[in-house]
Design a protein around this ligand. Structure first.
Ligand code: ADP
Ligand code: MG
Length: 202
């Protein structure tokens, strides 16, 4: 078994655009273990989101390999990718991707319902994770009734409820005030101490 949760080997990413080839990055190698907290730092347009998409198998590298628990992601079929994203990886997207017709509580509990977990114990987990992000008072609000920062915290809560081994977060504190950003970061540190790995763009 690989000692890495996820390993990136000499990955290159180009996009074919109508105006020509866009080279985003090349020769990126990285190994991430349980308990690692990794920041992807770079200016806007440098490829952070693209890189996170590759790590969640939503896109494929132009060349190079991405191994998940020692297995080459090239060999995963769509079902296997879905299964890994359901069980082992949680993604917090830049534009939080909340479901607008569902409340805070419903958005947060959704990943457990999709997995077919028991409703009562899921509800307890959802309440706890909402408490962690200080949103207990907003559990019956719809996304449109929340501030940007609150929406972002719902997205964080939804990512944490499944207790994934790897959390990928795209500028998770981008739209948050300093204090809330600090709280989200403390949550990441807490996850790290529980031996979860976090890779975040900033
Ligand atoms: P970041 O998240 O660091 O701001 P992105 O990963 O979103 O950067 O984008 C990196 C670069 O890749 C940008 O210059 C963007 O224009 C380009 N890019 C992203 N997606 C595509 C695409 N589908 N086709 C062509 N170029 C793209
Ligand atoms: Mg981005």
């Amino acid at each position: 078994m690989s000692r890495y949760l996820i390993e990136v080997k000499k990955v290159k990413k180009n996009f074919n655009h109508k105006n020509g080839l866009v080279e985003i990055f090349k020769n990126v190698s990285l190994g991430v273990k349980a308990g690692d907290l990794v920041a992807l730092v770079g200016p806007s347009g440098s490829g952070k989101s693209t890189f996170l998409h590759l790590l969640s198998f939503l896109d494929k590298p132009t060349s190079g390999q991405i191994l998940f628990l020692g297995k080459d992601s090239k060999n995963f079929n769509e079902d296997e990718k879905d299964e890994i994203r359901r069980r082992k990886i949680s993604i917090i997207f830049q534009d939080n991707n909340l479901l607008s017709d569902f409340t805070t509580m419903e958005n947060v509990i959704m990943p457990l319902m999709i997995r077919g977990e028991d409703y009562k114990s899921s509800l307890i987990k959802a309440k706890n994770v909402l408490k962690d992000v200080h949103l207990s008072e907003r559990k019956n609000h719809f996304p449109s009734e929340l501030s940007g920062g609150e929406q972002q915290r719902v997205a964080v809560a939804r990512a944490l409820i499944t207790e994934p081994e790897l959390i990928l977060a795209d500028e998770p504190t981008g739209s948050l005030d300093r204090k809330t950003a600090g709280e989200i970061f403390s949550l990441f540190l807490k996850l790290k101490s529980k031996n979860r790995a976090i890779i975040y763009a900033t």
